[in-house]
Write a protein that binds this ligand. Structure first.
Ligand code: MTE
Ligand code: HPA
Ligand code: MOS
Length: 778
């Protein structure tokens, strides 16, 4: 696709760094989250009684004992739900509450009953009776994905994505590696937990204030649970204290329970999960196991690859199907894989149902090939960056992905070469070797890893968005769009786009809460597409208004449409100059419509689920990172000494926000790769790591003392919003470099003679075990 002559807007509101639209309110504590909103008189509080067993058959629930707790107003099980007891997003396999006698209890922590009380404390006290009031017959749980895989137990049918004859290519290859490794799951750890506040409205209406990335789906699921039409349910979300994918589908259960409770009592009901309950009830990033065989030549060039990926889906399908599809579509990462065969299995286990998490399977897919290339390089005694280089997609050749989309905007070589130069990779590789030669206990490691990430929902119809723009007579503008704000800065970017379109200063534009009564049938704010889709939809709405204003001004002052210009809150119509507000007033008096809806659908996408091929992505985002670590081989402790990042965001809409996204994703991904570990008790299935006391996420102290983040400023060749690129998820893959730097340091401890058997997360415990393994084997 050809770029127009002037792809970039003139320096103005778009393309400039500016603070998040709520930044001042965030730090002042005056940006309200759902739980901060003023409570209506008569508000009740709900809590959930959770299954005390990982797998079993429900016998009975003694709700009378629950109701006897002082302050309790109501307690109910699944039979009290007026509509269907169902909150599954794609597959209808997920009950809101476990069900009646005879129902299967699917994981420890599954909601079985809801209790409603005058205070949150009373509700929680009654919920804590779960262990005593829920009677069940226990069944043996399946807690491990490989055990479920062995039993052929899946949440969705297995998928296969293949090109050529991988088996023949492997058999003919002069070298071959076989690897069995894994990566753990990850808790979203949004600062604001799951919450919904349901408020009954007149004539059977229900309004739900909800911390959700997907207000439209919440509207539909609540309507379904209440057995009412969608027009009776309004879902609103001004902002989330983080979502990270955890509120794409899993905000549904609290929303449905709060709404059912509100209908039953006729009073407003708030359900806010306690952090421990949030861990026990909701799912996370899927942990993956890989069995991989790779055939390659003497330079490390891949000739054929076979991989089996098994994800731990948990007890229901949720988004596990599209997550696995995205994993398979990211196994190639930046590399040409001539013959390849991939199989994906989403294993059903008796654990929380795993869901979207920043990257949506993409990181799990790309991690596998990066791990393999790291091993290939070590076994050949070559530098890992050279092996990666040898495998990069070509430009105009060797450029077809396994799923049949051509890699058209390949910038991996210039981007990686620029980072290798600016991070001084070659010299530091030698310095690390020199350090390690004289340091028996402390070992350094270095790695540079690239990424490519496909932008678009991998379900074609989800790639659409709507917006509503109101221009008032004082020239101020109100914007509503289908996207949700979770801290990523979407509303700031959309306001910049609208201000640019109408030639207004940023301050003239206000973005309001996402509201299903304003824009209908929206997609989740996910797949990093928030500003791509909603920015375009809002631009479309603003453009329609501007076009009407231009037509009016041209008529009124007898000038050509091209001579009506908007800039800095002023309008020039030939010789006539006026403020934007003056033009709006004049247009209003002539009955010109000063508000508009807007719509956008990403062009050119296709996907065939049967053949797993098509063009699922509008474009690719690219990036690379170089990390250096220091590992203590006696304790397994380590530090990130320095990280250099070069990340592609096209022509940035707002460089400050984009750099914030890149830094945040880097640290979040580093946590996943190195310190965040989930442990379920092997017998009971209790998630032992269910609070910050036992689940360790990175803190400010884990930032490297040297952290250089730069944006690769090439405009998007595709016609995206102002030629920018999506930034939300792709940089989560950057800290693969941290993991492989650790693996390099561990390898150094064994004199680089053996490939360290180190899976992610590389916790200190795992590092220590890997050091012992490479030394023992050496
Ligand atoms: N940034 C913050 N601060 N908080 C979040 O919850 N979610 C991430 C990413 N960045 C998230 C975030 C995820 S998972 C996605 S898909 C994108 O933001 C969604 O927003 P966008 O499409 O507008 O970038
Ligand atoms: N990302 C996030 N959510 C989704 C996707 C995706 O690619 N596909 C369907 N839901
Ligand atoms: Mo992001 S995982 O697509 O919400």
């Amino acid at each position: 696709m050809n770029a127009p002559a002037h792809p970039l807007p003139a320096a103005g509101v778009v393309g400039r760094s500016r603070p998040h639209e709520s930044a001042a309110a965030h730090v002042a504590g005056s940006a309200p989250y759902t739980d901060d909103l003023p409570e209506l008189a008569g508000t009740l509080h709900a809590a959930l009684g959770l299954s005390p067993v990982a797998h079993g058959v429900l016998r009975s629930v003694d709700l009378e004992r629950v109701r006897a707790v002082p302050g309790v107003v109501d307690a109910f099980c699944a039979d009290a739900i007026p509509g269907e007891n169902q909150c599954g997003s794609l597959v209808k396999d997920e009950p809101i509450l476990a069900g009646g006698p005879g129902a299967v209890l699917r994981h420890l922590g599954q909601p079985v009953y809801a209790v409603v009380a005058t205070t949150r404390e009373a509700a929680r006290r009654a919920a804590a009776l779960a262990k005593e009031v829920i009677a069940f017959d226990a069944l043996p749980p399946v807690l491990d994905a490989m055990q479920a895989h062995a039993a052929g137990q899946y949440v969705v049918p297995p998928v296969r994505l293949a090109r050529g004859d991988a088996a023949a290519a492997l058999a003919a290859a002069p070298h071959r590696v076989e690897l069995d490794f894994g990566v753990g799951g990850q808790e979203h750890f949004y600062l604001e937990g799951q919450i919904a506040y349901a408020q009954p409205q007149e004539q059977g209406g229900m309004k739900v204030l909800c911390s959700t990335q997907h207000p439209s789906e919440m509207q539909h699921l609540v309507a379904h649970a209440l057995h009412r039409p969608s027009h009776a349910v309004q879902v609103e979300c001004r902002r989330m204290g983080g979502g990270f994918g955890g509120k794409e589908s899993q905000s549904a259960l609290p929303a449905c329970v709060a709404a059912v409770a509100a209908v039953r009592s006729g009073r407003p009901v708030k359900l806010r999960l306690d952090r421990d309950d949030d861990f026990l009830v909701t799912g996370r990033r899927h942990g993956f196991r890989y069995q991989l065989a790779l055939g390659h030549d003497v330079d490390g060039r891949v000739l054929g690859a076979e991989v089996t990926m098994v994800s731990n889906a948990g007890h229901s399908a949720d988004l596990s199907g599209p997550v696995m599809t995205r994993a398979l579509c990211h196994f190639d990462n930046c590399y040409w894989l001539p013959d390849v065969a991939m199989q994906g299995y989403a294993a059903r286990t008796n654990t929380q149902s795993n869901t979207a998490f920043r990257g949506f399977g993409g990181p799990q897919g790309a991690f596998a090939i990066e791990y393999a290339l790291d091993s290939v390089a070590r076994r050949l005694g070559r530098d890992a960056l050279a092996v990666r280089h040898a495998n990069f997609y070509g430009v105009g050749e060797r450029d077809l992905t396994p799923y049949g989309q051509r890699v058209e905007d390949n910038i991996v070589v210039p981007l990686v070469d620029e980072l290798a130069a600016s991070s001084d990779y070659a010299a530091r590789r030698e310095a690390v070797a020199a350090f390690n030669a004289t340091s028996p206990v402390l070992k350094k490691g270095l790695a540079l890893t690239p990424l490519k990430f496909g932008i678009s929902f991998n379900v074609v119809h989800l790639n659409q968005a709507g917006a509503l723009v109101n221009v008032y007579l004082d020239g101020s503008v109100l914007v509503n769009h289908g996207g949700t704000e979770m801290g990523q800065g979407l509303n700031t970017k959309v306001a910049q786009v609208v201000a640019h379109e109408l030639g207004l200063p940023f301050e003239a534009v206000r973005v309001t809460a996402t509201d299903t009564h304003k824009v209908a049938n929206t997609s989740a704010t996910a797949a990093s597409t928030g500003s791509d889709l909603n920015g375009k939809a809002a631009q479309d709405a603003a453009r329609r208004i501007r076009e009407r204003l231009v037509a009016f001004a041209a008529r009124r002052w007898g000038v050509a449409a091209e001579d009506v210009l908007f800039a800095d809150g002023r309008v020039q119509a030939g010789a006539e100059a006026m403020s934007f507000a003056e033009l709006c007033n004049a247009a209003y008096l002539e009955r010109v419509q000063l508000w508009s809806e807007g719509f956008y659908a990403t062009p050119g996408l296709s996907w065939d689920r049967q053949t797993m091929s098509g063009k699922p992505f509008y474009y690719f985002a690219w990036g690379a990172a170089c990390s250096e670590v220091l590992v203590d081989t006696l304790t397994g402790e380590w530090r990130l000494l320095r990280a250099d990042v070069l990340h592609d965001v096209g022509a940035s809409l707002n460089p400050a926000l984009d750099i914030g996204q890149v830094e945040g994703a880097f640290v979040q991904g580093m946590g996943w790769m190195t310190m965040e570990e989930l442990v379920w008790h092997p017998k009971t299935g209790l998630l032992a790591t269910h609070a910050p006391s036992t689940y360790k996420i990175p803190t400010a102290n884990d930032l490297p003392p040297e952290f250089h983040v730069r944006l690769f400023g090439r405009p998007n060749p595709q016609d995206s919003i102002h030629r920018s690129k999506a930034v939300g998820e792709p940089p989560l893959l950057l800290p693969f470099s941290v993991f492989f730097a650790i693996r390099d340091a561990v390898s150094a401890a064994g004199g680089h003679r053996v490939d360290p058997p180190l899976s992610a997360p590389a916790t200190s415990e795992a590092i220590l075990a890997a050091v012992q393994a490479v030394r023992g084997a050496a």
